[in-house]
Ligand binder design. Sequence first.
Ligand SMILES: [Zn+2]
Length: 285
Amino acid sequence: MSKRIDVEMEEVSCPFCGRAEYRLLHRENPFEMVKCSSCQFIYLNPRPTGDALLRFYQGYLPEEESSVEAWQKMMESIFRNAANLIEQYKKRGRLLDVGVGFGFFLSEMKGRGWEVLGVEISQKAIDYARDVLGLTVQEGPLEKAGFSESEFDVVSGFYVIEHLPRPMEFLQECYRILKPGGLLLLRYPHTTPIKNLLRFFGIENRLYDLPAHLSDFSHEMIQQCLEKAGFKEWNHLIGGYTLPREPGKKIASSVFGTLSEALFYLSGKRFLLPGVSKTVLAFKG
Ligand SMILES: [Zn+2]
């Protein structure tokens, strides 16, 4: 997405371990993704300030009705998969979706009988979720929403964690507001292996979606973050794939999606193909 941004940038230290040393990994002008020399966490540095990011997200989601519908179609199977997955562990309860966007996942869960609530920072998305879908959505970010300890059975976040300036604070807050035995579901992209591959072939691309994505997580790094936030157990899976509208992207997504699902099941649910989006379920013990 190539939206303009008033870029006031700031230099930051590693969002995972706090160290300042890093090496340049990839450049998408004028932005640079770097890798922490200490813990290997991959993050945008320097990055837009908090205020610049808030302004950016007011225009991040598409507005036209056809784009909203396309978004819903693209995400439909991901949301259905996630809902079925959650219900393997919990039949009903109180669910919070962070970064609800237009609210399609919340709407699915509400339809299944869940008590649902959302947090979102984009005003246009909040308006759509409230006015068109009739959902209850609070203005985010999560850390400022003021939820009580142990309030939710499930917290979900689809394509959210890679956008956050402080992913560890977000995970710690998710842990705090979950009931004992509660469940966190995250869906996130993993872009670096594809960037490495395309660079090998000399192909220019803007796959990191900068400056929207502030971090890029491997499944190993997500697990380290979850552990540091207090989660004791997790279950990682491919969790389906999106169906973009453009034919080329649609084919690529279904080929890689099908391949990664096949390899995951053939390996006895052990092999997670790098470079494709994944879903992780984490449990509060
Ligand atoms: Zn680090």
